[in-house]
Design a protein around this ligand. Structure first.
Ligand code: AGP
Length: 612
């Protein structure tokens, strides 16, 4: 998730762009850059790291001009380095991009064969080459961009300049956000990834839709389809405060990130599925011959540990590879029995959790290949695994809320893709079954959207239970870790004590807790354990326990024993956890919000625990 700002008008573009990028800080920084057109020439300044490094570069070598584009990068392809920082310029065409070009490998290969030389590892530079090639064939700037867009597949928000036609900025959108801001007091217009970047200058916006592009000049904006059909641009007035705008109108980052899950999951899948061959392409993973592995040990903390527990079910059932899951804070103290035939997989959103990093180093000391699922490129854990088993990145974008949500569901998706990859490589999983699994996985973003649309029903449930002192969460099979995760969500943001339990364990103790004051949140979706779970819940009911049940679409039985039911769409049992966690995230969020706790920065917690 990157930040983009563009300006064309009478004022100095550099300050407008850089200040706009600063308002997109929540979108993450690995690097930042700005390009300005003046007297038919493009000048670029780029810097790795926070925006202040770009500020320094601009103090040393100022940029002036009234047309420009800028970018802050959340790296998805190519490490955070100056050479990979946007903007990328090729033969007078300058591009900034937010998204993932799915067919970047194929396009890069074709361009190299046509003797195009690359100066970066990014997928974005490919677009600059494509537009430059079409312009070199005699196409005008707009037509050259249109022609290039017919060749790229994937998620993009492009903003592009041309030295040949310095009186315009072109932008095009597919799956990544683009807003256009209209100058209110002068001949000027703006483009950005998100509203906060432009609120200082305008309140009137057009939100581009997928498959649309726009040509901005000082005097106006022309919106068309990608193939040039004119579109009547809808102009909206936005009266958000700047703080609200950073949260996209959401009250908290956590709420925004819960709602970003469909996009984050689609981005995590994008570019990794070769459906015809039912293969998963895990760029960054350097596992080599997976058949040398006799088992995996997954190690992580907190929510990432819960993802690992679900991953065990996925990998063992799909790839028939034995998997152990260990808390990273315990792993290195138990004198683990591992060697070069044991794969050690770390799961970490931040890639900086000290216990998880230490566990990886312990694994390396035993000669085990170490690899990771991370959300932050070039993080410490990612770097520690590079050169060994490598890294598979989730593409969740920056997660600001301390309570992990979109990072968790994208970890589950990554683990499911890994399980399919291992199953295919080990000759366990046939092509047709793998294709069916991948098709089911691709259903998840839409299925989560349908649940998010029913948020109001969970607000009502939250009101009923917001003053509870204790809450029990129950689940079976791959939903048992989801019970643990739901309990963690509630306690870490609302400070209400909660614990997750395997539903089958009720009669071994926890049922003694049940009375009318102890609500139980239970996951009872369709699957092998359904009947047994229902009988566990009837035991709760028989003791006046309140039941909030997460059930499958079409389950007409469960309402008879539940005080509240939330329906989740049907998918496959191993994909179910990616769905059932969403109502638990929303329930925890709304209970905390009702209780007025600091949802994004709960007391005593930090987003990344970099101390042991
Ligand atoms: C989850 O909501 C918490 N923020 C916490 O448990 C977190 O998952 C844990 O600290 C691990 O962080 P990591 O994924 O960045 O390694």
């Amino acid at each position: 998730m990157c930040g983009i700002v563009g300006y064309i008008g009478e004022q100095d573009a550099t300050d407008i762009i850089v200040e706009g990028l600063r308002k997109l800080e929540y979108r993450g920084y690995d690097s930042a850059g700005v390009a300005v057109l003046k007297d038919g020439r493009t000048e670029i300044r780029r810097a790795v790291g926070k925006l202040r490094n770009l500020d320094k570069a601009l103090v040393e070598r100022p940029l002036t001009g009234s047309v420009g584009i800028g970018h802050t990068r959340w790296a998805t392809h190519g490490r955070p380095a100056e050479q990979n920082a946007h903007p990328h310029a090729v033969d007078g065409i300058t591009v900034v991009h937010n998204g993932i070009i799915e067919n970047y490998l194929e396009l890069r290969h074709r361009l190299v064969q046509r003797d195009r030389r690359f100066s970066s590892e990014t997928d974005t530079e490919i677009m600059a080459h494509l537009v430059a090639e079409h312009a070199a064939r005699g196409l005008g700037f707009v037509d050259a961009v249109r022609a290039a867009l017919t060749e790229v597949r994937g998620a993009y928000a492009f903003v592009i300049l041309s030295e040949r036609e310095p009186d315009k900025i072109i932008t095009a959108k597919n799956a990544s956000p683009i807003v256009i801001g209209y100058g209110e007091n002068a001949e000027e217009n703006y483009v950005a990834s998100d509203i906060p970047a432009l609120l200082a200058h305008t309140r009137t916006f057009t939100f581009l839709n997928d498959g649309e592009m726009a040509v901005l000049s000082k005097s106006g904006v022309v919106v068309t389809t990608l193939d040039g059909q004119p579109i009547e641009a809808k102009v909206k007035r936005v009266d958000w405060s700047p703080v609200m705008a950073e949260k996209g109108g959401h009250k908290h980052f956590m709420h925004k990130e819960i709602f970003e899950q469909p996009t984050a999951i689609a981005d995590t899948i994008r570019g990794r599925v070769i459906m015809e061959e039912a293969r998963v392409h895990l760029e960054g993973m350097e596992l080599g011959d997976v058949n040398r592995l006799q088992r995996l040990v997954i190690t992580a903390c907190g929510t990432s540990y819960h993802a690992g527990l679900v991953g065990k079910f996925m990998i063992e059932q799909i790839a028939r590879l034995p998997v152990e899951v260990d808390l990273a804070s315990e792993f290195r103290y138990r004198q683990p029995v591992i060697d070069e035939t044991t794969g050690l997989l770390a799961i970490s959103q931040s890639g900086e959790t000290a216990d998880t990093l230490a566990a990886i180093k312990e694994g390396k000391r035993h000669g085990a290949p170490v690899f990771a699922v991370c959300n932050v490129i070039e993080s410490s854990i990612a770097r520690e695994c590079t050169g060994s088993g490598g890294v598979m990145y989730t593409h969740a974008g920056p997660e600001i809320g301390v309570a992990s949500t979109k990072a968790f569901t994208t970890q589950l998706v990554a683990l499911h893709l890994l399980a399919i990859h291992l199953g295919r490589e080990r000759g366990i999983l046939d092509r047709a079954t793998a294709q069916e699994m991948l098709t089911n996985l691709r259903e998840v973003p839409k299925q989560i959207e349908t649940m998010l649309n029913r948020e109001a029903s969970l607000v009502a449930v939250a009101r009923r239970y917001a003053k509870s002192k204790d809450v029990l969460y129950l689940g079976r099979g791959p939903n048992y870790p989801i019970a643990l995760e739901g309990a963690l969500k509630l306690k870490e943001i609302s400070y209400i004590h909660a614990e997750g339990y395997a539903a089958g364990e009720m009669k071994h103790g926890p049922i003694a807790l049940i009375d009318e004051n102890l609500p139980t949140v239970a996951i009872a979706t369709q699957g092998d354990a359904y009947e047994k779970t229902v009988s566990n819940l009837e035991e709760v009911r028989a003791r006046d326990g309140k039941l909030i049940i997460i059930a499958s679409e079409g389950d007409s039985k469960i309402a008879a024993i539940a005080d509240d039911v939330f329906i989740v769409p049907r998918n496959q049992p191993l994909i179910d956890p990616i769905l059932t966690v969403v109502p638990l995230q929303l329930l925890a969020y709304h209970i905390a919000d009702i209780n007025g706790t600091d949802v994004d920065q709960p007391r005593n917690l930090a987003k990344s625990v970099t101390v042991e």
